[in-house]
Ligand binder design. Structure first.
Ligand SMILES: [Zn+2]
Ligand SMILES: [Zn+2]
Length: 252
């Protein structure tokens, strides 16, 4: 098999395959137990190997996942700018800075914190990429909006090379500020996109994707769940998967 795409388009295949590997291990244990007990009767039945369709990666990521990452990165920059420009964020800062001596530690609003975090992660990724690709790049100091935007442009510009780097991950606080996790670059960009969209109330609306469970075009966005839920069969579909389904049907 040629190399498969490392991106989210193979998420489902990876999940199915992981289940099979667990079943196979459980089967081996069951056979051991069966033998230890004398091996009488039928041996435990072997798990059936699933038919898994892997999308090949062109180097490491397929064209669709590269396009997903490019789009998500640009949207992240735009949304972070929108969030930073919110009156609440500016007010929170100027209010405290005007009254000298009263500014408590960590008084930045939650939104400013989020912008700070995503910018920090972008800069760290930029530095890692610069090192891995041996590019002469001076990562700018500070985490201003200009620095963030230029870093996104820098990454998007080199995205094909970036997504061709083996085992390039980002340690990210996108899901839980107190519990950073390691994410692949495409998943990381998508996770930030959906988090920021939630914060600026720009959540996904209607999708024309067909439900993978019942094939009906009846997926409705449920804000609380952060998923599309099929009105017909109740199946949950993530926003990224819904976008994947649409491009798949369009023959991307
Ligand atoms: Zn892919
Ligand atoms: Zn359905």
């Amino acid at each position: 098999m040629s190399k498969v795409c490392q991106g989210p388009c193979n998420r489902e295949a990876r999940a199915v395959w992981a289940v099979f590997l667990r079943e196979r291990e459980a089967h081996a244990d069951a056979v051991d137990r069966w033998l230890a007990e004398g091996g009488e009767g039928e041996p435990p039945r072997e798990p059936v190997m699933p038919v898994v369709e892997w999308r090949p990666g062109e180097s490491l990521h397929c064209g669709r996942c590269r396009a997903t990452a490019r789009r998500a990165l640009l949207v992240v920059d735009e949304l972070a700018a929108a969030l930073a420009a919110r009156p609440g964020v500016v007010k929170a800062q100027s209010k405290w800075s005007r009254v000298r001596g009263t500014r408590p530690h960590g008084s930045m609003s939650g939104e400013a914190d989020v912008v700070h975090t995503v910018t920090g992660e972008l800069l760290r990724l930029r530095r890692d990429v610069g090192e891995r690709l041996e590019l002469a790049d001076q990562v700018p100091a500070g985490r201003s909006g200009v620095v963030r935007s230029r870093s996104v442009t820098w990454l998007v510009d080199k995205l094909d090379a970036v997504l061709g780097l083996e085992q390039l991950t980002v340690v990210s606080a996108v899901r839980d500020p107190d519990d950073p996790v390691e994410l692949g670059v495409v998943e990381w960009a998508l996770a930030w996109e959906s988090k920021l969209r939630r914060l600026v109330d720009d959540e996904p609306g209607h999708t024309v994707a067909r439900c993978p469970g019942c094939e009906m075009r009846s997926l409705e966005w449920r804000q609380r769940a952060g998923y599309y839920v099929c009105e017909n069969c109740g199946r949950h579909v993530s926003e990224a998967d819904a976008m994947d389904l649409v491009s798949e049907e369009a023959g991307a």
